[in-house]
Ligand binder design. Sequence first.
Ligand SMILES: C[S@@+](CC[C@H](N)C(=O)[O-])C[C@H]1O[C@@H](n2cnc3c(N)ncnc32)[C@H](O)[C@@H]1O
Length: 403
Amino acid sequence: MEESVSTALYDPEQRCLSPADVAPTSWLKPKLAIHPRILSASQPSIGSTQPLLSRRQNRVSVDPKRRIHIETQTVTAVMAEHMSQSELDYPFRLLEYVNGFRVSKAIFSACELGVFDLLLKSQEPLSAERVARELSANVDGTERLLDALVGLEILEVETTDGKALYSSTDVANLYLAKGSSKSLHDMIIYQSQTIYPLWNNLLDAVRSEEEMLKFMGLMNNSWILDGHDIATAFSLSCFQTIVDLGGCTGALAREMAKVYPSSSVTVFDLPQVVETARKHFSQENDAVAFQTGDFFSGELPDADLYVLARVIHDWPEEKCLPLLKKIYDTCKPGGGTLVVEAMLFENRRGPVMAQIFSLNMLVQTEGRERPPSEYVHMLNEAGFQNVQVCRTGKSYDAILAIK
Ligand SMILES: C[S@@+](CC[C@H](N)C(=O)[O-])C[C@H]1O[C@@H](n2cnc3c(N)ncnc32)[C@H](O)[C@@H]1O
């Protein structure tokens, strides 16, 4: 940080801000001028290693009687008076962190435009106009981007007769141009095009319980329309125990329990999902039981029939096959699995909802929607030979595979 910040924040003699108080910490200091008496009563502590929060708490509680009377602003001022130099500098670091996304975007854009490749190839420094022309970009934007890259010490600039000419640094040539053996170009493009957009979801990801609840609500609702058709797509009354793997809220499992009241139906899902399902979706005298577990890494509970509704479509074949094999291995002869998905037509001409769902899978998961033949193929690979497909005519279809 170039500017140094004085720790003598307030000059009680002058009752005004000292010259050092002019930016950058001026956002703190006007508050100090309001209560000079209080401020002059306390000493700044510099370089303490005590954690920031506990120090603040200690200081604010030093004089409880006075604290009761002073306003929030004054409390802030007292805190400022006691701040160490590194604490006073912190807002600038904070601003650097907050602006970090702009720096990333500037580098991403330069890489995507090919700025570093162009400058590497060029035998001479180039003007912003020339760079803009070569990259089919506009001059003003290009010039500002090049200047920012100079500020970031990624590019160099020489100015002759008011004309700026830009060239790459060795660092840019080595790490940012595409052709170099040490190039980080592909990693930066991936960060820019794939990771960066995903960070838009960070808030939702952190608020995951709320998000999970919304998602579970969506899952729950789908079976209002299609649940009965799926439960009756095949006669499943011969299966005494049914486990719905990844059964989420239990909505489809309840439809199964309604149609096959003599079967016991269990929802098997990840612990946090089961906890939320129990809290928000369970019913009085619930016809289904819940069990926690991980179908990829753990053992499966014993069952005559394993339901996999909208589970396979979440994953690529490399993950689905081991799961289907695990089910096959756990099944007794005569047992089986019911795969429920929105299935594409083999001729790729629809149904349009399944095609749209498949696009959704592309942006939201590692999976895809598939035509029945692909499910049959995976089930055969897993060991199931007796496989039947039922198109329900609704959004979701079913495949029953018996061991
Ligand atoms: C797309 S949802 C389908 C939910 C439900 N089967 C339905 O159709 O409404 C996928 C479900 O699989 C569950 N799941 C994902 N990975 C799992 C795992 N490793 N073990 C158990 N359940 C899992 C999720 O928690 C979620 O409930």
